[in-house]
Design a protein. Structure first.
Length: 255
């Protein structure tokens, strides 16, 4: 999805200046919009609308703190099973977010990338996603990855199909299929894996989100419902991350 060299150029300077304990890439499962609305006797769509406001707050806080890359799980491939009225409302919120916030993100030097299957999307939404990527393609600041119509199992299966087709055409051998070959065919090719995955609302699962990429990510589950999220909750997650010792399967220093 992104050029490796270009991403390195975009994010290298920020990485050099970032504190060692600060994650380079955080991924967020923005959960709890519906429950937030239900608890207040409001329609679920109001929870999603307030969730967009929380996203704006959190992205700005992440930029201020110095997080280079933020991936947000905005709409999963399984979300199509929700009631049609709710799906329609979510599509409307996506359109408004891009139309209303894209200029501000561009002004803030944010590069926008989209992860997920676009083939069956409404043409208007596909055009907006292309516009968002094209307008911000040369921005050198924070990278925002929007996982939209995204499913990790589907992503890995698609990568496997691509490699199988290459083997069938005689372009590679089965023995040449390595983790690196799979990674290069994922939606996130060229993007450093997330250091930290945050899920809000107290649920403790990945829900088909970045399962390959999050193999060594720190996982933090926070009880706050997404519409209430912002700088304070993000800083709490980052403080917890800073207390973790990342060993990547090895031993801690001195052990």
């Amino acid at each position: 999805m992104a050029d490796r060299q270009g991403l390195a150029q975009n994010t290298g300077a920020a990485a050099a200046a970032a504190p060692a304990a600060l994650p380079r890439h955080i991924a967020i499962i923005m959960d709890g919009n519906g429950r937030w609305a239900t608890q207040r006797g409001l329609p679920r769509v109001e929870g999603h609308r307030r969730g967009v406001e929380a996203l704006r707050r959190t992205l700005k806080a992440a930029r201020d703190i110095g997080i280079e890359i933020v991936t947000v799980y905005s709409f999963s491939s399984e979300n199509w099973s929700r009631p049609p009225a709710e799906v329609s409302a979510l599509m409307g919120l996506l359109k408004r977010f891009i139309r209303n916030d894209l200029a501000e993100l561009h002004e803030a030097n944010v590069r926008v990338l989209i992860a997920g299957d676009r083939t069956a999307l409404d043409p208007e939404i596909r055009a907006l996603l292309v516009e968002a990527e094209a307008l911000t393609a040369r921005n050198l600041g924070q990278t925002l990855i929007v996982a939209f119509n995204y499913g990790s199992r589907q992503e890995i299966a698609a990568a496997a199909r691509t490699l199988a087709e290459e083997v069938a055409r005689g372009e590679r051998t089965p023995q040449s299929i390595t983790p690196e070959a799979i990674e290069a065919r994922l939606n996130t090719a060229g993007i450093p894996d997330p250091d930290l995955v945050i899920r809000t609302s107290g649920e403790m699962r990945l829900s088909n989100f970045l399962m390959w990429q999050a193999a060594y990510a720190e996982l933090i589950f926070q009880p706050v419902l997404w519409p209430d999220y912002g700088r304070e909750a993000l800083e709490e997650a980052l403080a917890e991350y800073g207390r973790r010792e990342r060993r990547y399967g090895g031993l801690a220093a001195g052990r």
